[in-house]
Design a binder for this molecule. Structure first.
Ligand code: PMT
Length: 210
């Protein structure tokens, strides 16, 4: 099971809170695992790309709540779970039923927390399942990534930094570090996301019995 892309949290019928994730990293992972014969379930936020390999089953979702429901439902059928989606951490508390009109006043939108999908899956994870997450950081990268890995019970975390040119949102390339539960860091060069996906797949093959 792989999650990809952003989530869109509606404000009104025409506006949402989102982020710059293109889905490229998650779709690249899906293609690599499917090309190796895996039955891949790709849970995708709203993106403009399509999966190529017929072994990829795609479920399209919009919001963090929708992504969360599908992930929980699919967890028990999954051997390897890779969470590359950039899930919104907050959503508007109330969704306006009509388009919000511009007035002379400032607008305040009350936000409430979305479910932390990764943390929930980390609690439900069974022995033998491999759960991996991503961390997109701008500062104190390694420290923050390790804290996330531990809090969410990941078996390892893939760290990408917005400080690295060509890494993160939207690019065809990425530069990652993989951090394991012992705190050991494996550093990779900047490369195409398809090659980054192969590195992650090789890492799993070398370190887990799945
Ligand atoms: O889609 P691209 O343009 O190719 O860009 C790829 C990427 C930069 C989005 C991807 O490589 C990446 O880093 N994804 C995770 C980005 C992120 O939201 O990181 P985070 O540090 O906020 O979250 C940590 C982990 O928890 C992630 O595995 C995330 O999927 C998960 N999470 C976060 C919040 C939440 N409410 N639920 C979650 O499951």
């Amino acid at each position: 099971m792989i999650t990809a892309g952003p989530t869109h949290e509606p404000i009104d019928p025409v506006r949402f809170i989102g982020n710059h994730s293109s889905g490229k990293m998650g779709y690249a992972l899906a293609e690599v695992f499917a090309n190796q014969g895996a039955d891949v379930h790709l849970i995708s936020g709203p993106v403009h790309i399509r999966a190529k390999n017929p072994n990829i089953r795609v479920t399209r979702v919009k919001t963090a709540d929708e992504m969360n429901s599908v992930c929980i439902q699919e967890l028990e059928n999954s051997d390897i779970i890779i969470l590359s989606a950039a899930v919104a951490d907050f959503k508007p508390e109330n969704i306006a039923t009509e388009k919000i009109k511009k007035t002379d006043k400032n607008l305040t939108i009350q936000l409430t927390k979305t479910p932390d999908i990764a943390e929930g899956l980390g609690k439900l994870k069974k022995q033998g399942q491999v759960l991996a997450g991503f961390a997109l950081e701008t500062e104190h990268e390694v420290r923050n990534a390790i804290q996330k890995m531990e809090r969410k019970n990941f078996d390892f975390i893939v760290l990408n930094s917005l400080k690295d040119t060509g890494a993160g949102f939207g690019f065809d390339t990425n530069k990652i570090r993989i951090i394991n539960r012992s705190g050991k860091i494996f550093t990779y060069e900047l490369k195409e996301k398809s090659e980054v996906a192969k590195d992650i797949s090789r890492y799993i093959e070398a370190n887990f019995h799945v």
